[in-house]
Ligand binder design. Structure first.
Ligand SMILES: Cc1cc2nc3c(=O)[nH]c(=O)nc-3n(C[C@H](O)[C@H](O)[C@H](O)COP(=O)(O)OP(=O)(O)OC[C@H]3O[C@@H](n4cnc5c(N)ncnc54)[C@H](O)[C@@H]3O)c2cc1C
Length: 460
């Protein structure tokens, strides 16, 4: 088992914390880390790929378990689409394993670099949340080790309370050691994508609401600076027989994102060229160009990987935000109040001179996981550049955002937001849910060994 002392960061490089990094390769080594923590009066946080935008996978001054070494796919049945893998397996490994056999992960995040353990702990949603729910709804069974050393198996029928609490539970009840999931059958490596422009936020939200029932996926890109222009991308799977050569389109070489731009420039250098655009003027130009090129409604076919993982197209794009990094605020609003809440929030950003350069909208439905973030409505994810000068003002504005979201009956996502306070969590989750979570925590982790910076911020 490798150990080192390292400075770890969140995905956006806006937060950092020194930690003892331990890389377990077996369940026994995870248990040894718990024993070490108990003996030395330290705490433990699991970390997958470190793609959380906030402090969910940070544990300042204590132990972080880097789960990436436990990344074997242990069983794959291409006739049923059932797959079993260790928690450090990434979504990239997963889709690359199943796609050539005619399957696709039912729910994926906007990056393929995330691990199964991280995805279950946050209970990620995709651009199909309104239809397929979060990733947890496709987990058939998982194994986990608790800080007591107990090894458990959970499914919707076995240890049901822990199944619905550990998925969404932020890695604070136990550590996943194996996950079995049902993949989705596909008949082509391509999706049919429709793209169309929208003129304002109201049109944007009604477009998502009215069109979602006709599609497998839907997502909106919002120009938050003009507060109006935007585009909707909606996609459907191809039906059996629609693709004359599915074996070919499902081959990995027809899915993988190219390593070079225009076949020449290595994409790993691209983020340097983006840096000058991460300001009001630069992003205004990018958004306008994007809007003009999408003025016409158009339809095209796109490989699954290109549709889902656009953000992976430019590796390390987050570095273009500069040395202060970036944070994301994602709010989930009921469909009845979203327009009013987001109009208030975007107006406030404009007034404060703290614009977000990227606004992504999705359509959602509720789910029954304990720390759920979903609503029957929409989400809006906003990325903010952090600088030494704006840090305090930004923090204050995002607290104001939280107030507006709560006032409109909204919820928050623990994998993204950095501002959520204990009061906010209580207000949107409800005291009963928090009490239930804490009771389960006491049962699974009587010595309080599993803690993270997020835990101390929100539940401590
Ligand atoms: C570019 C980008 C796009 C994204 N798009 C989406 C999106 O579309 N939808 C969405 O829902 N999210 C999205 N996210 C957020 C991301 O999916 C979540 O933050 C996810 O949890 C990250 O997985 P990870 O493996 O990096 O986990 P980490 O960030 O390392 O950890 C996340 C949480 O999981 C816990 N954890 C990790 N491994 C284990 C384990 N084995 N057992 C128990 N707990 C564990 C950690 O303690 C922590 O609480 C995006 C993030 C990025 C950077």
């Amino acid at each position: 088992m490798q150990k080192s002392f390292t400075q770890l960061e969140n995905f956006g490089h806006s937060l950092s914390a020194p930690s003892y990094l331990i890389r377990p390769n077996t369940t026994e080594e995870i248990y040894s880390a718990f024993q070490l923590a108990k003996k030395t009066d330290l705490t433990v946080t699991a970390r997958g790929a470190g793609r959380s935008y906030n402090d969910a996978a940070l544990n300042g001054g204590s132990i972080v378990l880097d789960m990436c070494g436990m990344n074997a796919i242990t069983q794959w049945d291409q006739s049923t689409g059932l797959i079993t893998a260790q928690p450090g397996t990434t979504l990239e490994q997963l889709w690359q394993k199943v796609e050539p056999d005619g399957w696709w992960p039912p729910v994926v995040s906007g990056t393929m670099k995330t691990t199964l353990g991280g995805c279950l702990s946050a209970n990620i949603h995709g651009k199909n949340n309104f239809k397929m729910g979060p990733i947890g709804e496709h987990v058939v069974e998982f194994n986990a080790i608790l800080p007591t050393g107990a090894e458990i198996t959970c499914s919707p029928k076995k240890n049901e309370d822990l199944f619905y609490a550990m998925i969404s539970g932020l890695g604070l009840l136990g550590i996943f050691t194996s996950v079995t999931m049902q993949m989705k059958r596909i008949h082509s490596g391509l999706l049919t994508v429709n793209a169309w422009p929208v003129q304002n936020l109201q049109g944007h939200l009604s477009s998502l609401l009215d069109n979602a029932p006709n599609y497998d996926y839907i997502v909106g890109w919002l120009d938050t600076i003009t507060m109006g222009h935007g585009q909707i991308h909606a996609a459907n799977y191809l039906q059996e027989g629609d693709d004359p050569n599915p074996q070919k389109t499902m081959r990995l070489e027809n899915q993988n994102l190219p390593g070079r731009l225009f076949g020449v420039m290595p994409k790993s250098l691209l983020h340097y060229f983006m840096t000058p655009f991460v300001n009001n003027l630069g992003w205004g130009i990018v958004n306008t160009a994007k809007y003009i090129t999408s003025l016409r409604k158009h339809t095209f076919r796109q490989p699954h990987a290109a549709f889902h993982f656009l953000l992976d197209y430019v590796p390390l794009w987050e570095l273009s935000y500069g040395k202060g990094g970036l944070i994301q605020h994602q709010s989930f609003l009921p469909k009845e109040t979203a327009l009013q809440a987001w109009t208030e929030m975007l107006t406030l950003a404009k007034k404060q001179g703290l614009p977000s350069y990227v606004g992504v909208t999705k359509r959602h439905r509720p789910d029954k996981f304990l720390l759920t973030h979903a609503v029957d409505g929409f989400s809006l994810a906003l990325d903010f550049k952090v600088t030494d000068r704006n840090r305090t003002r930004l923090h204050k504005m995002l607290q104001e955002y939280d107030r507006i979201v709560l006032e409109h009956g909204g919820r928050f996502y623990f994998a993204k937001n950095s501002e959520t306070s204990p009061e906010t969590a209580k207000a949107f989750l409800g005291e009963e849910t928090i009490a239930k979570y804490k009771k389960l925590k006491k049962r699974c982790d009587p010595d309080g060994l599993l803690k993270s910076d997020l835990y101390r911020r929100v539940f401590g």
